[in-house]
Write a protein that binds this ligand. Sequence first.
Ligand SMILES: Nc1ncnc2c1ncn2[C@@H]1O[C@H](COP(=O)(O)OP(=O)(O)OP(=O)(O)O)[C@@H](O)[C@H]1O
Ligand SMILES: [Mg+2]
Length: 499
Amino acid sequence: MKNKLLSRLFYTAFNLVGVRAKIMGIAVMLVLLLGTLQIWQVETSFTRILRQELTKQGVSLGRYLAARSENLLLTNNIYGLYELVRDTMDNNPEVKYILLIDSEGQLVINSFGKGIPRGLLNFNKVGEGQEYSRRIFSTGEELVQDVAIPIANGKLGQVRLGLSEIGIVTAVERMQSQLWLSTLVISLLGVGVAYLLSALINRPLRELVTATKNIGEGKLSYRVPLDWIKDELGQLARAFNEMADKLQEAEKEQARLWQEVLRKERMRRYLLSKIISAQEEERLRISRELHDETGQALSSVNLALASLDGVQDPQEFRRRVKLMQETVTKALEDIHLLCRQLRPSVLDKLGLAVAVQRLVRDCSMRWGKDIGLTVTGFDTEIIPDEVKIAVYRIVQEALGNALRHSQAENISVVLQKTENKILAIVEDDGVGFDINEMQNKDIEEKHLGLFGMQERAELLGGKLNIESALGKGTTIYVELPLEGRVSHATEKVKSAVGG
Ligand SMILES: Nc1ncnc2c1ncn2[C@@H]1O[C@H](COP(=O)(O)OP(=O)(O)OP(=O)(O)O)[C@@H](O)[C@H]1O
Ligand SMILES: [Mg+2]
């Protein structure tokens, strides 16, 4: 529970600081940890080695004393022994005391002068067969190694030497402070290196954060200027820039589509107003036609009929009847023409293929130009009315344009029906035109033929493609689906025959 709390606290604190602080903190902690561990290790082994060295020194000094004191003990030369002890003490500052003990365990001579500290005499003793014996004790101020060496294999007693460890402590302390100093220097170097490293990592990260903010604020042209870096951060920068490219492209596409929608909307409204006024104009034209032409013809026939009563001369009678016949024939022709213009009845009676054939033939005659026509796939013709009329009107408009604007040598029409669609192509090798320029024209200057064709095709779920370039002729492709509409038409047929 406590551990969990601690780890959560550490995790929170770790995540509260920036990347740079994290890297530097980790570097300093590592250096300090390694430094302390190393100092502790070196201190332990260094102390052990120095202590062994001191013992070795004590043993060889003790052996020397034992060898020298052998004869002196045998001859009971106390003064010689005293001289030996004093010389040794003078020449070896690390020796704290020397005791010479006889085989009975009696103190023969010591370096203290009068009395020796209590308990020291029996503190250490070399056993039989032992080369030496070492024990360590503390005086309260320092540690002392007590080394006991036998004289003449213990037969004459033993030499005891007290060796101060103060030298070891000083050497270890000096070494420790040097190690701490170098650890400090390494720590500072580590901090410096960590600072540089974190700056190297932090800069790209900050750049990425700035870039993300900019993109978030809609500045889609902002790019991370680090895509030349080869490492993972460089990869991240490149991926980021690619994402920004795609976003920018998507935004451009969206703006383009939006403009397209607005343009179409404006055109539709304009087209609608034109259709309404065209409808009125058409009604006016029909009413004028009926009134001025057909009405006039019928009234003149009426008058002529009334005046027939008084005509006695059979020759004159026949002449007048013939005149009336001519007037009625002319009126009938006018009415037929009017009806054809309103809606080509052949479309309903004989179908799309024949209607287009007649349209091409009429145009060819009127403009005195050969127009190529290829019709395929119309063996059975169940085509929805709206598709029929749309294809007919589109071909009519495209053919009209080719004849009026293209100055082409050759014009051709292809009409093809497949199982699920109708394809029409009207092609000329004339002057062509700039499609973009035409589309960017103001609505008021625009002619509605091309736009009307496109609208008709789109309304029926089809597509219309215009290919044109100045001097390279024009091709209009239109494709209208029969699917769905065919079934609609089939339903109509079925219901008509009671199926
Ligand atoms: N086949 C073609 N060859 C050369 N130019 C063409 C062709 N078709 C169209 N154009 C050019 O494109 C323009 C626009 O054609 P569009 O059919 O929209 O209008 P229009 O034929 O001039 O008038 P209307 O509204 O009566 O159809 C034409 O004025 C003409 O300059
Ligand atoms: Mg036109």
